[in-house]
Design a protein around this ligand. Sequence first.
Ligand SMILES: [Ca+2]
Ligand SMILES: [Ca+2]
Length: 415
Amino acid sequence: MHATQDLNVQQIKDLIDAYDVRAMFQRGRRAMGLAIFALLLPFLLTTTFRRSNLAAAVGDRSIATQERRAADLGQTLEDNDSDGIDDRLEDGLAERFAPIVYHGELETSFPVSVDWWLERTHLGTIDTTSWPGRTRRVVAGPLRQEQLLNHISPFDGVMVSSSGTRSRGKHVSFFLEDVPKSARPQSIRPEDWVTYVHSYPNESGGITLQYWRAYAWDDARFAGLDVGHGGDWEGIAVQLDSSLKPVKTTYLDHTGIVDWGGSVRWEGTHPLVWSEEGGHSSYPDNRHMRSAKFIRQDTWTGGVVTRWDGTVLGMSGGLLNVGEKSRPRNGQTFVQYSGLWGSPGSLFLTSGYWGPAFNETDAQCADGGPAYKPYLSRRADSSRCGRIYLKAWCDGMKDHPLNRAQECYATDDAR
Ligand SMILES: [Ca+2]
Ligand SMILES: [Ca+2]
């Protein structure tokens, strides 16, 4: 990472420079002391001998100090998700470019935090290869994030893991039961509107910042029909170049990961996002909104949520960096859960969806073709699709130090 390297090299350089000034001063004082010493002692050879020893001693201390300081710097470099970027830089950039999200007055489902969601659901398995007994509850809620992981269940002779196996057609999978209507909040609770950040080094030498919103239910309608499902993850991504300037901003919607180019509107360093009522797709303007009035959410930490008339509804839940799938940060191990968020429905479309690291948007088959577009003829179901590349999590990700083979694919694909 250019920026990180520059930052750290500069820090090291500053410390070394500071040390060298002190070392020069120390050497000067030593030299003067030695000169006086030489005047006082008759044996020049002895003095020279001592002088060289002292110089060597100063030199040793210089190296030792520099090594110690380098070690100190190593200890203070924070990279808990092992993506090569100092976590403080990741978090600082995430705050700087955090979006402003507009929710319509007709919205019935606002963002939630993962922990809020997990407290109101149960973990189960679905198996469409057997009948009856299609679904089974595995862990009763309220759930904690770590309870989502490391479950293994046999399906039709195949072992399916809750933190590795991804069911390409949602046929054999772990899933989180729909949050019952009775458990939904009766009022707007902006403090639960946490925005989940995934940031990583990209191929253009910069950093990509993804901002994900979680919704415990989806009330999407299509052609007058209810095609809602139990869970939803939506988001946008801001791609920074090597000078940490935004060069591309992409929005997830029903059609894929969309680069809106110059249509994206900004307020300072914050891109504007409209979240479509019910289905929660992200757009750079209100073209798909049914509402005339909007609730504005400043997603950054300390940001406020404001109603159309200016009334402050509260502080938003702020940002939370989830780290990488291979190394989650801030305890956000839910990114390793490979099952569905929401109950199975009668259709692929009306079943729960995947979380950020297993999201289906613009996922690709081995030949680079779309795995899930259009919805009614899913190439993902075909054995010819091969391993599915999960682009929504990995778009433009640099292969080092992260391992794209690990980060961008499920450990196993299942039916
Ligand atoms: Ca990092
Ligand atoms: Ca990261």
